[in-house]
Ligand binder design. Structure first.
Ligand SMILES: Cc1cc2nc3c(=O)[nH]c(=O)nc-3n(C[C@H](O)[C@H](O)[C@H](O)COP(=O)(O)OP(=O)(O)OC[C@H]3O[C@@H](n4cnc5c(N)ncnc54)[C@H](O)[C@@H]3O)c2cc1C
Length: 395
């Protein structure tokens, strides 16, 4: 078999973005392989027999402040405006989560709610967002009480289910993803651009890959005997190196997807259950694109540890020791793999959102193009680029 010039492992959003750029900008042939039987990676969605589009791997809402990424993806889709609002089942009722001033009003008797609200505005300012770990440092008696309430009812048990540990045992950036909001907005994200591809994620990614120069091979795991000139790898970096330094830990999920013979199951797209049951949240899929059906489809999300061969990797676990382990693989990649580029959530072992994954792939493409004027070769400075890049998106 002829040597493949550009081999992309993984047909998720990261692999699709890079393949699209190589084909449409460099005008060179690319082969994209994926071990799954579909494109899209964890963004994959499909329409089931109820006519409802299902997010197979959990709710995927696009949100970004990155104009370049928004413009890039908008070439392949129009957008259904969608502002995620999550409710959490706490003390017998659902309240908005991220916890905000409305959640306070719904959780406490009116005079108490008013005092807590006034105190938050006085001490932190209306519109401010603060992580639960920072709020817990408050010396003010009212704010300390509120922080304990939110921590114990909204975070602690959710973390134990989702991550298998307490909030303090993870990098603070995880808690910062779901801040307490001193406002009456129930929106989960505050990014300028938010939405879901109007026809779904899979059609958008199919359009990205729709180029005669791109060949997609599904049900095709990467095999080291494959012959290629350049490899772009969005699979797990530790697996690529046969776990030489040990396994990078992940959290896994099981999605129990059920159809109900009723129009709606719950009054919100996502309801989380921090304290009850073994699942963390229930997602009702017809809300995403406002699909109409006399039936409804919901998924229950059960988190667990990732065990190789038993379940799938979903969330890299942001902890210093895991970052150090990843660094060892990165150094090995820099020194030993002249023509192999690792990226994506699994390749970089980073907790990327979709916009970050796209931005990372676009940046990688720019580096490749700049360095060789279109003639791709790995250089040892790739690790530096990766680190610079890391600082840039998380600054
Ligand atoms: C439950 C959940 C909800 C999320 N919700 C959101 C959200 O609302 N908004 C948001 O912005 N982000 C969200 N994300 C993050 C989003 O899923 C990722 O940013 C995105 O999918 C990363 O894309 P990727 O291509 O890097 O990785 P993936 O989507 O994981 O794709 C990697 C692909 O590589 C394939 N692969 C791996 N190894 C091999 C191999 N050896 N051989 C062949 N193929 C291989 C895999 O099968 C997979 O298809 C969510 C993530 C999860 C887990």
């Amino acid at each position: 078999m002829a040597k493949i010039k550009h081999l992309v492992v993984g047909a998720g959003i990261s692999g699709a973005t890079l393949a699209e750029r190589i084909a449409n900008v460099l005008h060179e042939p690319v082969v994209v392989i994926d071990s799954r039987n579909h494109i899209g990676g964890n963004c994959f969605d499909y329409v089931d027999k109820t006519g409802i589009r299902i997010h197979k791997y959990g709710p995927h809402i696009f949100h970004t402040n990155n104009q370049d990424v928004w413009d890039y993806l908008s070439q392949f889709t129009s957008w259904h405006p969608f502002f995620l609002r999550v409710r959490a089942y706490i003390d017998g009722k659902t309240v908005p989560f991220s916890f905000n001033l409305n959640s306070i009003a719904e959780s406490f008797p009116p005079t108490m709610a008013q005092r807590l609200t006034e105190k938050l505005i006085e001490k932190l300012g209306y519109g401010h967002r603060i992580s639960i770990l920072q709020l817990r440092e408050s010396k003010d008696a009212d704010l300390a009480f509120l922080a304990d309430f939110i921590y114990n009812k909204g975070f602690l048990n959710y973390y134990k289910k989702q991550w298998g540990c307490t909030p303090e045992e993870l990098d603070a950036s995880v808690a910062e993803r779901v801040p307490i909001s001193i406002s009456t907005s129930d929106d989960y994200f505050i990014d300028r651009y938010q939405g879901i591809p109007s026809n779904g994620w899979t059609p958008m990614i199919r359009k990205m890959l729709d180029n005669p120069l791109i060949t997609v091979r599904l049900n095709t795991p990467f095999d080291k005997s494959m012959e290629y000139e350049n490899l772009y790898y969005t699979g797990p970096i530790d697996e690529f190196f046969n776990f030489e330094f040990g396994e990078l830990p992940y959290r896994s999920l099981t999605f129990d997807i059920r159809t109900y013979n009723q129009e709606y199951f719950q009054n919100n797209v996502v309801v989380s259950y921090p304290n009850n049951y073994d699942f963390t949240r229930i997602c009702e899929h017809k809300y995403f694109l406002d699909d109409k059906s006399d039936k409804t489809v919901v998924s229950f999300e059960y988190p667990s540890a990732f065990v190789n061969g038993k379940n799938e990797r979903y969330y890299p676990i942001p902890r210093p020791e895991n970052a150090r382990l990843y660094e060892k693989y990165l150094v090995k990649a820099q020194t030993e793999c002249g023509n192999t580029f690792f990226f994506g959530r699994l390749g970089d072992y980073k907790y990327y959102n979709i916009d970050m994954a796209v931005a990372r792939a676009l940046n990688l493409f720019d580096e490749i193009k700049k360095r060789e004027g279109g003639n791709v070769q790995q250089t040892k400075s790739f690790g530096c680029c990766a680190n610079l890049w890391w600082r840039k998106i998380f600054k």
